[in-house]
Design a protein around this ligand. Sequence first.
Ligand code: HEM
Length: 466
Amino acid sequence: MTPKYLPPGPRGWPVVGNIFSLVAGHRFLTMTEWAKTYGPVYRIQLGKETMIVLSGYDVIYEALVKRGEDFSSRPASPIVKLTNPKRIGIITAPFGSPWKEHRKFTLMSLREFGFGKRSLEGKILEESVALQAEILKMGNKPFDISRMVQNAVTNVICSIVFGSRFEYNDGKFTRLMDALDQAFSTNIFGQLAIFFPILQRVPGMRRGPQIIVDAVGTIKTYIREEMDSHKETFDSNDIRDLIDSYVRETKSRENDDETTFTDEYTEMVLFDLFIAGSETTSTTLYWAFMYMILNPDIQRKVQEEIYSVLGHDKPPSTAHRAQMPYTEAVLTEVARIGTIAPTSVFHATSRDTSFHGYHIPEGMTVVTNLWSVHHDPEHFPNPEKFAPCLSLLGRSGTVPEGRSRHAVWYRSTHVPGEAAGRDGALRALHFSAAALHLQTARGRYQAFHNRNQRHHSFAQELRTHR
Ligand code: HEM
């Protein structure tokens, strides 16, 4: 088939293109609607930038797994130009050797420091105990759980990266949390000013981008301070955490003029882990709490399953996962229905590519609409309904690799790239989310159980408190 140049797409306004349709509402819903008219591969225009949007399981799988080498780059988007102009690190780095090398090194080191090993479980359990204590401090008052969860999740990442956790009221830690919040809090004006930098000359329009730049600066300063103190106490016989791994590797390559193992790179990789790991995991847990509150029957079944496996005092571990298929199905459903990264991280073509009869030039932004997969009525008859489904799970109780088309939701957060390389593949995350959830629900339950000698559910109690 002779490739046509680019696919068709919705008409936009002169100069701005489709930007107002996207910043006004939820862009993933608008994109899902557009796919009904223009098909699973279509084009949108944001200012001068043309983007390709991919929808549905088949097309996304084909691009990110079967054609992973072609679709595994990242665009030099306006937000990247603002926050990482050299495009180093992992998440926003283009396809190529430095990205591959750092991603491989980071994953290897993370494994060494716990991801996928029991030591991570210990860190998560320690943190879940601290989280329970915070929850119990609230007594009978209504409270907002979000900052507590974010503290706990970020602390797990701190333990792995920096080798230590922080007290939740530590001033430095609070500033880090505030900066993480601000890094994700652009409003519509901020988005427009980032996309059309000329608007930053309009009084007041510089504020949004500046907040992000300042937040990024705060997080990086913090990382830099940790790197400096690690260097002062570095002992090659005692590698304590991810920073030490990087210090060791950087030292071993000191005489290599081409090396990318520099302080600048290390700082950006660590920054990426904070940005990628904290907000995503926290938000997934908020959804989990919310669906448990809204569905007390489901919550009760989860609790019963947990107790049947762990009793009332045994800590959970990945080894128990297969024994808790219902809990696994519930967490799976939380991730599906919430789809907390609905348009994922934008990809870009790493070379000129022919796809579905179109010619997509190198460097073009490619948006994978994961929402369209997880809410596809063909696979989920009532996609907006929270309906944990055991039949999605394999005999082991976990989602089988490549067995079910429906399993794509689970895999699409990280896996499309896994075969191809651009994945993040830090699956232990799913365990972290599960363990925190289990422990918290369990601790909360136990506290009430002990006090009232009755089986209350966490959600029912929270409701009563409101
Ligand atoms: C439920 C929690 C999480 C969700 C939903 C999530 C989702 C995602 C998504 C959608 C991507 C983009 C994949 C793609 O390029 O197609 C991604 C990339 C990434 N994630 Fe996660 N993530 C989560 C937790 C974490 C954690 C805990 C870490 C590490 C501490 C992490 C590290 C990364 C990294 C480094 C990348 C970039 C990979 C690359 O560009 O090569 N993620 N994640």
